[in-house]
Design a protein around this ligand. Structure first.
Ligand code: SF4
Ligand code: SF4
Length: 543
């Protein structure tokens, strides 16, 4: 048996020897052969005739078209609906076309849709599976028809993401917070749904953009799961050698063919490259990048297929760079490289020189966790250790949009605690029975819900990395001397707020007398009891 000698061979052998990971949940599609063709009758009838062996076609033809009557006469068996307007809902195997024609309207169910309208119902984003809008080019139309016929049958695709609505910071009480995933989703699979967003798994095509930008981990990728990916990387790094720095090369399915062809033609990756293909490189958030570098990778090279995929990756890379710069790493700017539209030859030339790792492999041996919050805690702990060794303990400002940071309140804060009720991570908390607002920086994901909710606009956010232990502790942002119920001693709230309220109301005719003012200094229960004792109680409608 030949021994694996190079670090790369050992690393890849170690990954191959890992037990299989738990299967990713699948989404099942049952796609029948009902095809709706929408558009110009001439073209729609033409394609309808050509696919009639494979599909049960219904033509939704542009109404009032001068050729419609003649075509219907020539195809007496064809199912034809003249339509003025058509709206579409559903997904492959379960589409519904809601049509209107003059005063008439109705809907048809179909499995697949070929939309040949001049202005298709959907365009401008990655279209859902089973819906084709190829435009007017006959070649594109033919390719679409070939592709749609392939979809007939039963098949499944991975549930690419797992979504936890409780962690989503989209909205609270109709006040907006995070919308990052909505802004980047190219398939329109994500929609607002009350306090959180909702992800349509049938529309999701696994681009991973939302995963990379989600600050809370409400959206987690499952293809692969972070824990599985980090297990594979850990196994590879354990089999690697300390002497050879490791450049982690991650690329997606779309670049795999180019690399395979280049290697078949004699191209060879430098020894320090560890190639780890992944479904989409867009899933690399700061969590994955920081993990790789802390685990001992010297440099991460992400091959992205398109320029449009780069902004989110660049944001994450900028955050990582800032953290490593703060740690005094002279190669901080080179730790993460995002390249796109490159050839394997150009890429290997560009990164031919290895880089020394900042952290020696094996120093930190944790894996990424099921929940992002747990992963980030481990990552922050590791970074805090590195920072302590280099005597870095002052907070470091991070690029805007980073998901680490601080919250501060100004003097306008009245301790109303509207913010603690909306904070999805419990970074902001009330102070257990006394008027006190506490903040734990390590929990904050900078979603902005608290600032948007605060009626006094008293909250300010600062993206930053706080390497000190203080980040893990609840610090008091604001507190006030409590006011107690004058009868039972229960805490009523901040004394300053109560004093202000009493001062405002004492000029009111109903509270002019001291015994009436006393009512304002009672808790709800004691106030009711006091009201019953009074011969002339305050009536709410008199206020
Ligand atoms: S918290 Fe995550 S899932 Fe919720 S809106 Fe923001 S990015 Fe989307
Ligand atoms: S404290 Fe942080 S996590 Fe909580 S609502 Fe404010 S910005 Fe969001």
């Amino acid at each position: 048996m030949r021994m694996s000698n190079s670090p790369r061979e050992r690393a890849l052998a170690a990954i191959a020897a890992l037990p299989s990971f738990a299967p990713v949940p699948a989404l099942e599609f049952t796609v029948g052969n009902r095809l709706a063709i929408i558009g110009d009758p001439d073209v729609a009838f033409g394609w309808g005739e050509r696919v009639q062996q494979a599909c049960a076609v219904i033509v939704l033809a542009t109404a009032h078209h001068h050729r419609l009557a003649a075509l219907r006469a020539a195809h007496p068996d064809a199912l034809v609906l003249p339509v003025d307007r058509a709206a579409i809902e559903g997904h492959a195997g379960a589409y519904r076309v809601l049509w209107e024609c003059g005063d008439e309207q109705g809907e048809i169910a179909c499995d697949l849709i070929l939309d040949l309208q001049a202005t298709p119902h959907w365009s401008g984003f990655e279209l859902p599976v089973g819906y084709f809008a190829p435009g007017s080019d006959p070649l594109d139309q033919a390719l679409a028809v070939l592709a749609l016929v392939q979809l007939i049958g039963e098949w499944e695709k991975p549930r690419y993401v797992r979504f936890s609505s409780a962690l989503c910071a989209h909205e609270r009480n109709r006040i907006g917070g995070c919308s990052r995933c909505l802004e980047v989703c190219d398939t329109q699979a994500i929609r607002p749904s009350g306090d959180h967003v909702a992800i349509d798994p049938y529309w999701c095509q696994g681009c991973g953009d939302c995963v990379g930008v989600c600050p809370t981990g409400a959206v987690r990728f499952q293809y692969p799961r972070p824990a599985d990916w980090s297990t594979a990387l850990s196994a590879a790094l354990d089999a690697w050698s300390d002497e050879t720095p490791c450049t982690l090369l991650c690329y997606d399915e779309r670049w795999r063919g180019a690399l395979a062809q280049w290697e078949a033609e004699g191209g060879e990756l430098p020894d320090h490259f560890l190639p780890l293909p992944i479904w989409r490189t867009t899933i690399f958030s700061e969590e994955w990048l920081l993990y790789a570098l802390i685990r001992g990778v010297a440099r991460v090279v992400l091959v992205s297929a398109a320029e449009s995929e780069k902004p989110a990756l660049l944001r994450a890379a900028a955050m990582v760079q800032t953290v490593f710069e703060a740690l005094g790493d002279p190669y901080a700017a080179e730790r993460v490289a995002i390249v796109c539209e490159t050839t394997p030859e150009a890429l290997t030339k560009r990164f031919s020189a290895p880089l020394s790792p900042y952290v020696s492999p094996g120093r930190f041996r944790f894996r990424l966790q099921t929940e992002k919050n747990d992963s980030m805690r481990l990552i922050r702990d590791a970074l805090a250790k590195l920072a302590a060794e280099r005597q870095v303990d002052a907070p470091v400002l991070l690029p805007s949009g980073s998901s680490w940071g601080a919250v501060a309140v100004t003097d306008r804060c009245t301790l109303c605690f509207a913010c603690t009720g909306v904070c999805p991570t419990q970074a902001l908390q009330a102070g257990g029975g006394i008027p006190k607002l506490q903040f734990t920086e390590a929990r904050c994901v900078q979603c902005g819900l608290c600032a948007n909710t605060c009626p006094e606009q008293a909250i300010e956010l600062t993206p930053r990395w706080n390497p000190s232990q203080e980040a893990n502790q609840a610090v008091i942002l604001r507190q006030s001397e409590p006011a107690y119920c004058a009868e039972c001693g229960a805490v009523l709230g901040p004394r300053s707020v109560l004093d202000k309220m009493v001062a405002t109301l004492q000029s009111h005719p109903l509270f002019g007398q001291p015994d009436r003012q006393l009512l304002l200094r009672l808790c709800a229960d004691c106030r009711v009891k006091a009201q019953f004792r009074e011969t002339d109680p305050v009536r709410i409608w008199e206020l």
